[in-house]
Design a binder for this molecule. Structure first.
Ligand SMILES: Cc1cc2nc3c(=O)[nH]c(=O)nc-3n(C[C@H](O)[C@H](O)[C@H](O)COP(=O)(O)O)c2cc1C
Length: 169
């Protein structure tokens, strides 16, 4: 028997992650959706994946435009995450007021964030009530700062590094 929704949610609250906002074109402006299910997939070619709920407006727009931006948020950008998570109403997902740029794919990316990726949809795989979109990274950039983190239902910022750990080669 599969895990119950409550068991599933409780276990997943123990998974800490960064927070990204995935951006797509919406009538020449920007639609944003807060996404923690973002993952690096391949270095050569450069691929990432995101998992998007099939019932969201962003899902329809990503399928339509075949492109999306991934914007990794800084620890002072909780307000943008709340907006793109729909917590301020559906209009919060419209990020047209935020400075943005378009690079290779035509998808908008936020000018002010910790890092951004401009992605063309390479593949889409069924994943239950979500779709796994694989994005080919056509352009990318980063800035200084600390990441916005999400753990146990709350936003957080980085603590101290664990002494003795070394960087991955
Ligand atoms: C921290 C956090 C992480 C989230 N991660 C995801 C995710 O990975 N995939 C997803 O489909 N929704 C995720 N959501 C929920 C969406 O952001 C939310 O449903 C969004 O408002 C949908 O907007 P739309 O229907 O206007 O596109 C997350 C929400 C929060 C607060």
């Amino acid at each position: 028997m599969p895990a119950s929704p409550d068991q599933f949610r409780s276990a997943l609250r123990r998974w800490g992650s960064g927070v990204s906002v995935v951006t797509t074109d919406r009538l020449g402006g920007i639609q944003g959706i807060t996404v923690s299910s973002f993952c690096s997939l391949s270095l050569e070619p450069p691929l990432v994946l995101i998992c998007i709920n099939k019932r969201t407006g962003s899902h329809r727009l990503i399928e339509e435009h075949r492109a999306f931006g991934v914007n990794i948020l800084r620890d002072d950008q909780k307000t943008i995450s709340d907006r793109a998570a729909g917590l301020t109403g559906p209009q919060g997902n419209w990020l047209d007021d935020l400075p943005h740029r378009r690079f290779v794919t035509g998808a908008p990316v936020l000018s002010d964030c910790l890092a951004w990726l401009d992605c063309a949809v390479e593949a889409a795989h069924d994943g239950g009530d979500h779709t796994i979109f694989v994005g080919r990274v056509e352009a990318a950039g980063q800035a200084d700062g600390g990441p916005l983190l999400y753990f146990d239902g709350a936003y957080r910022r980085l603590g101290r590094a664990i002494v003795g750990r070394s960087r991955r080669a």
